[in-house]
Design a protein around this ligand. Structure first.
Ligand SMILES: Nc1ncnc2c1ncn2[C@@H]1O[C@H](COP(=O)(O)OP(=O)(O)OP(=O)(O)O)[C@@H](O)[C@H]1O
Length: 181
């Protein structure tokens, strides 16, 4: 069983993926490490540009018969039996990515992506089994318990639980509306 945990950078994918894998007794797979170990991808500045088709083939070939939790903001684009899309208030995403020293442009791109549901929309275009979880004001353990409760009830699809358009004004400070670098 492949469970893909995805979402905007900074929503808590790695934290939740590791705890979810531990609770399920699944292998934790960081997709970036998986790709690098196989000589995939091309360094573009700080980023590793990955070929999704090549990555999908490798995941399909190597992981399809194993119980794994895939951790990446790209994992919803890969072959998976279940996709978990983590959400967080865009202000939280902004605060966390600011602490990492993201440029104003990169910060704005990611906050906007969370604001307009980019990962969720991409996930439901590709997968039927998509569970969306709002991590705002929840501990990682509470998030994992919520995921396990849904899966144990046989719920494979639960989306449409956040609408950040209502908080747009709160995140304007993180949006690079002036086009600064
Ligand atoms: N539920 C939570 N409550 C409070 N803090 C959290 C929670 N989940 C994650 N964090 C914190 O938020 C930061 C980002 O978490 P994490 O690295 O797991 O996010 P990510 O989505 O994997 O980011 P990236 O995609 O950049 O790797 C970390 O400092 C982590 O400790």
């Amino acid at each position: 069983m492949i469970i893909a945990v995805s979402g905007t950078p900074g929503v808590g994918k790695t934290t939740v993926s590791k705890l979810l894998a531990e609770k399920l007794g699944y292998e934790y797979v960081n997709i970036k490490d998986f790709a690098i170990a196989r000589g995939m991808g091309e360094k573009v500045g700080e980023e590793l540009e990955l070929d999704i088709d090549e990555l999908s083939r490798a995941v399909e070939e190597e992981l399809k018969d194993r119980n794994v939790v895939l951790d990446s903001h790209l994992s919803h684009l890969l072959p998976a039996d279940q996709v978990i899309i983590l959400r967080a208030h865009p202000k939280i995403v902004g605060e966390r990515l600011s602490e990492r020293g993201y440029s104003k442009q990169k910060l704005s791109e990611n906050v906007e992506a969370e604001l307009v549901d980019v990962c969720l929309v991409e996930a439901i275009e590709k997968h039927e089994n998509v569970i969306e979880v709002d991590t705002t004001s929840k501990t990682p353990a509470e998030v994992v318990d919520e995921i396990l409760e849904l899966l144990n009830k046989g719920i494979r699809k639960r989306i449409g639980i956040v609408d950040w358009s209502e908080v747009y004004d709160e995140v304007v400070p993180y949006l690079n509306l002036g086009g600064e670098e």
